[in-house]
Write a protein that binds this ligand. Structure first.
Ligand code: CP
Ligand code: NVA
Length: 301
């Protein structure tokens, strides 16, 4: 029988046990940074169909620190740009590399390549999800709160890929998730119905969603690869996370943003640079979260 490969595709595709293990290991790797090594040298191949700073650098640095190595491909410097199919590319890369990260657009393509790949596939972001980000985000919250299950988390802005992955995390945790988006920008009904949806509440008015929030999260109003829509953008202005909106929380709430930030659009300087902003720790924690994901996929734990 074909051996089951440990792909890291989505938050709701993993068991709660595995999610908790990966995050626990990420904390361990942070405390013991530079002291954990792979038993055999392994190679990570990364395919980027969209730009990346954090995902690319943290996976590369993380893998190298584990004594592994990395090859990076993008549309311009590989045959992908000349029309070789992603499927053929994955088949070939699996003969050279031990694990593959893919950042693309269509979620279905991610699942298709995971079916044919002979090595683990990591979802490095699609239009629908960003599970690596959520591992680092939860790790960051665990550094600041005793029990993430007791939190009220508030997402403000576009109901995008990162928001979707937060919704999927509800399958594993008991936190409450308030989501406030402009009309037409809420996450799909289906993604909410697929989780323990009683923990999700939708709000038209961001100030109401923020009440009692322990954590406020936002992201860009225009995700990569999504068609620019000036009319849609006009609807976002009251969803900007500024000091006034943050003052609507009755708590000394923390702030998260996966970055890159568009200062002055979805968040203002005073919030992102403020004392309650966790965004730099959040970005740093991608390093340990990704090392942990790599080790889990490679069956090191
Ligand atoms: N947050 C995140 O994934 O950043 P990059 O697009 O820079 O990888
Ligand atoms: N929602 C953003 C996340 C970037 C890391 C995007 O897809 O562009």
């Amino acid at each position: 029988m074909k051996k089951k490969i440990r792909h890291f595709l989505n938050i709701n595709k993993l068991s709660t046990k595995d999610i908790l293990l990966i995050i626990k290991q990420a904390h361990f790797l942070k405390k013991n940074y530079g002291r954990k090594f792979l038993n055999d040298k392994k190679i990570l191949a990364m395919i980027f169909e969209k730009p990346s700073t954090r995902t690319r650098v943290s996976f590369e640095v993380g893998m190298k620190k584990l004594n592994g190595d990395v090859v990076v491909l993008d549309q311009h410097d590989s045959q992908l740009g000349r029309g070789e199919s992603l499927q053929d590319t994955i088949k070939v890369l699996g003969r050279y590399a031990d694990i593959i990260l893919y950042r693309g657009s269509d979620e279905k393509i991610l699942y298709d390549i995971s079916e044919l790949s002979e090595v683990p596939i990591i979802n490095g972001l699609t239009n629908n999800s960003h599970p690596c980000q959520i591992i680092a985000d939860i790790m960051t919250l665990e550094e600041n709160f005793k029990d993430i299950n007791k939190l009220k988390i508030c997402w403000v802005g576009d109901g995008n890929n990162v928001c979707n992955s937060w919704i999927e995390a509800i399958n594993h945790y008991d936190f409450e998730l308030n989501i406030s988006c402009p009309e037409g920008c809420f996450p799909s009904k289906q993604i909410i119905e697929n989780c323990k949806s009683s923990q999700v509440r939708l709000f038209d008015k961001p100030a109401e969603a923020l009440k009692n929030a322990d954590v406020v999260i936002t992201d860009t109003w225009e995700s990569m690869g999504v068609k620019k829509d000036r009319e849609k953008l006009k609807r976002f202005h009251k969803f900007r996370v500024d000091a006034d909106l943050m003052s609507k929380t009755t708590k000394d709430s923390f702030f998260l943003h996966c970055l890159p930030a568009h200062r002055g659009c979805e968040v203002t300087d005073e919030v992102i640079d403020g004392k309650n902003s966790l965004v730099w720790d959040e970005a740093q924690n991608r390093l340990y979260a990704h090392q942990s994901i790599l080790l889990w996929c490679l069956e090191d734990f």
